[in-house]
Design a protein around this ligand. Sequence first.
Ligand SMILES: [Zn+2]
Length: 234
Amino acid sequence: MGLPVQKVPEYFCELPLSGLKVKFRPFLVGEQKTLLLMQESEEQGLIFNAVQTLIKEVTFGEISDAGKLPMADLEYLFLQIRIKSIGETTKLNLICQVDECGASNPIDLDLNDVQIDTSNIPDMKVELSEELGVIMKFPTADLQKYADAEESDAFINILKSSIDTIYDAEDTYDTKDYADREMDEFLNSLSLQQVEKMGEFLNNTPTLSHIIKYKCIKCQKKNSVMLKGLENFF
Ligand SMILES: [Zn+2]
């Protein structure tokens, strides 16, 4: 007789920005080991690839390219998978920010409290002039690859990739149908103010973040720290 093999449980969650409903299973032991190894790596690209592969596997191939999800959705999904696989709490060591204290504060964080605030989603439509405007889309996770580039390059590349449609008085233009060079020409024809208006959309895109308030165990002063990014919520 063969050994019993446990049936893997299945869970569902809805991604806050795209509204996608996703079925997933927890990580298995082998997969968790890979993750721990990745965690020790400083290379963002490596970590991102591992996360992508893992998401594809635990969603039964449904999310075949996690890089195409809005960044916040990917982080949220990963967090839900983590909760079901490893547990609902994580232990953090937060360093007191009060001058010259620097004490390390152990904090238990309930990961269910980490949410994406969707109450102030910016308008997807950005009017650039009376006759010209764009419809934006949320920056996808794979745009993180630009984050290592020089800051101004990163901004313009992320912006360019986050324009879904351009419209004027006559027509609408799906940016998918246009070459990179044409997009550059379009962007170069805009004023600084117009580019900033689109930049505001990027800045106001919801992210996975969580504010922790605690009293330092050493100096007793109040600290408030905002956690952002997957690495804080492993
Ligand atoms: Zn302190």
